[in-house]
Design a protein around this ligand. Structure first.
Ligand code: C5P
Length: 295
């Protein structure tokens, strides 16, 4: 029996634009994804004598069958690598579900990477990336991590200069948003404000959060903020508490605020903790240069 534990990090979208739609309904994106330090732990066990896949999690709300991207990832890996062994996966969740933080995709990326390590690396990174996009649109980014411009449906990855060590706060309201729902509604509510990526890249290089706020946008806010006006108020509260930039992540509902200093972030965290309604979750984090780590 061989085993491995990985840390699987959440992501935020520093920008998100929709450039079109594919015939299969998937949307073509231009989005800057950034790994952050909020993470799940993924425990993997490989039993060469055994067979079958067992998925367990510490959160009863999580499906443990093929609806779970970690389950899908393991199936894809075993088929592609031609390995017939017993696999046990335990997910210790900290990243909330349906939050716009790619929690499921991060776990799936950890399963692909981790099983490949446990099996003696039968697949190349390019092959793992192919399995990643078959598993979910955010999984290729989660396999790579760091600061990346993602295009296509999210699978064409262009690494950017690292935007690591920036303190941030994530606020997850007491409701979830389904990604398919948000993308379907986007087609009905075209976005008024779109990101200017060349301005955003130059602001990121200067680490000028105010200029990033002016240059960027998440077009899915046109859907999610309309359905949940509280999200706009959360963004405003983060800015009022000193965030240089605040935005919704992915299809939401999580809203993040980036801060210039750790002390500013910690003060804002303490203030929000006092005033947020019951059921809202708040996380203190930093941006990272990686998305996955073997522990
Ligand atoms: O690939 P993933 O399972 O993460 O995507 C969930 C859903 O989000 C898709 O079924 C699709 O409805 C929507 N989506 C999209 N365009 C993308 C990514 C996701 O329309 N680029």
């Amino acid at each position: 029996m061989k085993s491995l534990t990985l840390e699987a990090c959440a992501k935020i979208n520093l920008s998100l634009d929709v450039a079109g739609t594919r015939p299969d309904g998937y949307h073509l994106l231009t989005t800057v994804m950034q790994s952050v330090s909020l993470s799940d732990r993924v425990y993997l066990e490989l039993d060469r004598q055994g067979n079958g896949l067992i998925l367990l999690a510490n959160d009863p709300a999580i499906p443990l069958d093929e609806r779970n991207t970690a389950h899908k990832a393991a199936r894809h890996f075993m088929a592609a690598a031609g390995i017939d062994a017993g696999v046990r996966i335990f997910l210790e969740k900290a990243i909330p579900m349906e939050a716009g933080l790619a929690g499921g995709s991060a776990d799936a990326a950890a399963v692909l990477f981790g099983l490949n390590e446990l099996c003696g690396k039968p697949l190349t990174m390019a092959q793992l990336l192919e399995l990643a996009v078959k598993t979910g649109a955010d999984v290729p980014f989660c396999l790579t991590g760091g600061t990346v411009l993602c295009t296509g449906i999210g699978e064409i990855l262009t690494p950017l200069e690292a935007f690591a060590r920036v303190p941030l706060i994530l606020v997850k309201p007491d409701f979830g948003i389904s990604t398919p729902w948000a993308f379907q509604r986007f087609d009905e509510y075209p976005a008024a404000v779109r990101p200017n990526h060349s301005k955003l890249f130059s602001a990121m290089q200067r680490r000028d959060l105010q200029a990033m706020q002016d240059a960027t946008a998440n077009v899915l806010e046109s859907v999610s903020l309309k359905a949940h006006p509280i999200l706009d108020s959360l963004k405003q509260q983060l800015l009022d508490l000193g965030a240089g930039m605040a935005q919704m992540s992915g299809s939401g509902p999580t809203v993040f605020g980036l801060f210039r200093e750790t002390a500013h972030r910690d003060r804002a965290y303490a203030a929000l903790e006092q005033r947020l309604p019951d059921g809202y979750r708040i996380f203190s984090a930093t941006t990272l240069g990686h998305g996955l780590r073997i522990l």
